[in-house]
Ligand binder design. Sequence first.
Ligand SMILES: [Zn+2]
Ligand SMILES: [Zn+2]
Length: 170
Amino acid sequence: MARPTPAERFEQNVDRGGPIPLVRGVHGRCWIWTGATNERGYGTFWVNGHTVKAHRYAVELADGEPVPTALDVDHRCRNRACVRRSHLRAVTHRENILASSNHVARRAAVRACPVGHAYDEANTYRAPNGTRKCRTCRREQSRARRAAAREQQLATITPLTIPTPERQAA
Ligand SMILES: [Zn+2]
Ligand SMILES: [Zn+2]
């Protein structure tokens, strides 16, 4: 039997039954790399005497030419283990950084809390995990908690202090 080609060896490490990504414009299941991975979760593949990133090599295999070294290969599906060509795109390093910071930018663009109070300087504080919180909502929540506690206190005291006529008669 002839020695397998790199393409054949590559194919042996691909599971085409991966999850369907919930990213608009990215279609079909992820193809999961089942071979070796590096410490950051990217697949690695040994070819021509050195280790390459599997998703990068997947683009080279599909396109039939090397990806220019100035370009990164970005996972459109956000799944680092994926090696499906249609889920990948070659981008400049800068574009790649912008794509991964996109969800942070989207969040920053939200100008009000879920109830609709403005996230302005006076009304905003940072939770320990860095997300923005609304002071108005916090004030209203603690006011509601205090009111509920007061009601609870009254409810536990009142029935004991009012003797019922039935009990007096007996
Ligand atoms: Zn994918
Ligand atoms: Zn609010």
